[in-house]
Design a protein around this ligand. Structure first.
Ligand SMILES: Nc1ncnc2c1ncn2[C@@H]1O[C@H](COP(=O)(O)OP(=O)(O)OP(=O)(O)O)[C@@H](O)[C@H]1O
Ligand SMILES: [Mg+2]
Length: 164
């Protein structure tokens, strides 16, 4: 893979043509993730956010199953780094959830993947990698992943793992 220099843009997009390809993208990010890596996922129901999260778990050598956290807002998984998997879909009151510890400092030592991240708009750390998954009305297997990296560590991660 071609490695970009520090002047490369901190945003871009890529397309995947299957759930497995989306998991591969997640696995690359998970394998290269560092303490404090934060992936903020946005996209409609069924866009593939959980598929991406499963890939991140694979890349982190997580052995437990990653599902949508249906009744809890956050699941934790042991791996090379600890994975914090948040699903903010059912979040009614961000402030209450945050007071209850939805985002805590332990996430700075691990890797966080947040589905429906827009529901925590204004509350998330500024240094992060935003990923918006867009569906394609003409192809049910195709997704466009639009990414924007904030801060140099996430920009480097994105350039190295997402630019092909
Ligand atoms: N290119 C693709 N990338 C990801 N998923 C795909 C792709 N093509 C088809 N799919 C299918 O789309 C579905 C994505 O489901 P997933 O649970 O990951 O979505 P989600 O964004 O997490 O939805 P929710 O908002 O309900 O949590 C899966 O059934 C998957 O097999
Ligand atoms: Mg999901």
């Amino acid at each position: 893979m071609e490695r970009s220099t520090a002047t490369a843009p901190a945003s871009g997009r890529l397309t995947t043509n299957s759930a497995a390809e989306t998991r591969d993208v997640g696995a690359r990010l998970g394998a290269a993730a560092a303490p404090g890596t934060l992936l903020a996922l946005v996209g409609p129901l069924g866009a593939g956010k959980t598929q991406l999260a499963k890939g991140v778990a694979d890349g982190l050598d997580v052995t437990t199953v990653v599902n949508s956290p249906t009744f809890v807002l956050m699941n934790e998984h042991a791996g090379r780094l600890r994975l914090f998997h948040v699903d903010a879909y059912r979040l009614d009151d961000p402030e209450e959830a945050l007071e209850a510890g939805l985002l805590d400092e332990r996430q700075g030592e691990g890797v966080s993947v947040i589905e429906w991240a827009e529901r925590l708009d204004g509350w998330l750390p500024l240094d992060r990698l935003d990923l918006r998954l867009e569906m394609d009305p003409s192809d049910p297997e195709r997704r466009t992943l639009h990414w924007t990296a904030h801060g140099e560590p996430h920009a480097r991660l994105a350039r190295e793992e997402l630019e092909r």
